[in-house]
Design a protein around this ligand. Sequence first.
Ligand code: SAM
Length: 773
Amino acid sequence: MEKLKSAISQTLILSISQSNPPNLHNTCSSLHEFFNQLPQFHQMIEDLAHTNTSLCLKNEESALEFKLKGNNCLSNGDNSNALRFYTQALRVAPRDVDVMGKNLVATLYVNRAAVLQKMGLFLESLRDCNRALAICRSYSKAWYRRGKANTSMQNYNDAVCDLKVSLCMEHSLSGKRQIEGEMKLILGQNNGEDFPPNVIKCKESDIHDQLQDIQLQCVETETKGRGMVSLTDIPQATLLHAEEPYAAIVSKNCRETHCHFCFNELPADIVPCSSCSMALYCSQLCQIRARGQDRQFHTKKHDIGFNLASDLENYVASVTKAIDDGVNIKQHAEHKHECGVNWPIALPAEIVLGGRVIVKSIEQNKCFGESSAIVNLELCHNYLQLDPEAKLELHISSIVLMKCLHHCYGSNIPLTGDTISQCVLLLSQIKVNSMAIVRMRSADSIGPPSSAGNNTTSTVEQVRVGQAIYLAGSLYNHSCQPNIHTYFLSRTLYIRAIGFVTAGHPLELSYGPQVGQWSCNNRQSSLKEQYAFVCSCTGCSQINLSDLVINSFRCTNKNCSGAVLDSSVADYEQQKINPFSCGLPLQVGRVQRDEVKKVASFLCEETGSTHRIKPGFCLSCGAFRDLEASNAVVKKAEICIGRLEGLLDSGEWHNATLSNALRSLDLLKSALHPYNKKVAEAEDYIAQAFCLIGELQRSRDHCQASIKILEKLYGDDNIVIGNEMVKLASIQLFLGEHTVEESRNRISLVFSRHYGSHVDAIFPHLQFLNRSV
Ligand SMILES: C[S@@+](CC[C@H](N)C(=O)[O-])C[C@H]1O[C@@H](n2cnc3c(N)ncnc32)[C@H](O)[C@@H]1O
């Protein structure tokens, strides 16, 4: 890309930098014509779009090599590597290759089922057997392995049936003997009698949260374009929106760890794409949803060619019907066009997401018999606000993407100035409207063993697993103090009211930055950089406690709790004070007014003159603080705290580092305001360190100190406080303290406000907190 960019003339770069939506087709067409004359452009497209240069095609030879490695590991008892090699083999094995009279993929699934069985992963083993049977129903070994997995799960009836089917299909005498031996073992467990039918085998996830009948409306706002409001009052924690994505894609860093369709974590029995080696899925169902159904599945499986007794025939029919369920899914196969070419791996995820949107619209147009054109998603974009570099990047990416798609779809994707300019606008819509799909993960730091086991602090963190376009979800504006909360189960977006929202009040979620997380200037620049808009939410336009204290210094007057701001913060806070509001009370959130009075009483005075926030002077008593000297103290202390953070990451330990960090915490407290976020962070690192060395009481004290500050910054009911309380509760549990009950109640209050009855599905790993003291 860089080479292409450097070849473009300055005149063309200038006209692209001045381009706007109505004249985009001219600059797109000029750049396309220019690229068409460049041999390196054609070479690049050849590398990206032609299958003969593909790095992710199936390859029988590699599959056999991996299979051999897997077999060797299996016979040496190295199960985890055997599992890894069989999965690698499955990634590259072509679907239609037979080796020694057996389909290679089916054989690999059966081999992997054997490893999974040895690893105690019986359900996973059973699923691999089903996958082998979906390809070849008369595969005796697959029925045999299925029988073993069912035996281990105590599904004895099914196990006996599996083994009986296996016996009918087995040709070799030794094989028959092995199956009979296994059957005897099972029947011996019930004195030769049949087993009663199994009742419930698998517990389905139990989610009953209903969408409430709330009337929402899209309205035109004064400063933020369109936005969503409710026509009625909304009670706290109401679920008001659920939506499937128009298009979605897995994050690059999660390609090997998360399902490329539903974005859940990959299990041990990964299902690779049936026609390329790139995409991985958690199940056959997700694979089929993303890729479409392979015709081969329907051809081979009916020819069993064995005479089975009618009860066994019914059993085979019921098992294979269950395997087939969900196979005839009517859904656009979003990954199909990406199989076996390099561009989906090489281009950034949001460009590939753009490709998915274009292909979906082309397919839909075909269904409706319309002429092909790029869909207009009717989403907003900020093309005009983009800087020249971003406009140029969008031009180049659009031409490359359209050229790659044209390679696959021919005249359905015409390459003209018009279609390329539509692609540029689509990519700028994606930039502004796509949402990060996140999952909650628990990260545990484990300390030395105590009487109650290992000391563990459980922390909750977010992982960005995917990126998606939700058409209706895109109509919600951003606020740094949101009143609605978004989360995801599988690919579904859910939106819930955090607190009570009165009718007509805007419904706003956070695009990332929040009051309490960063100061106003940092939030503004992050939103500008990522979404190219200047935030006009209440958090950025009205005085709030958090923004006044998050980066502030303490007053030099010991009896004063006022905050001292440096110039970067003071400028932003000054902007919030409306210069025309002389004599009028400042707009301060009602709940926080008393708190603001404590740290900045001067701002709450109704003096009749414009307030001026002077950097270096206390906002309550006006005392001066030397910010240069204070900053030097803070920098020095931060180096020591940084060292402690590094040690926590590396897992190594030096007592001196913790003592230095404790001294640095005192230094920070002497210079910074008691609610400054740096103090909270230092308290948190020190709490983790004490937990690691088994000093749990001290760990608990520092954890509590950190939470107290965060409550001031975020507010008591913020989700961040819920996450921090998980840490505190895990320490209290290990200490056997009854105060854990209080923490548990707060966690449950905060989490149910944000996730309703989906809490257990979002945080399955937090069940341990319910343990009794
Ligand atoms: C996902 S869209 C939201 C819907 C959009 N307002 C519309 O008309 O389609 C994001 C865009 O809305 C506007 N927007 C959202 N939140 C805003 C805020 N807090 N301040 C200013 N503009 C905002 C910005 O133009 C931003 O690029």
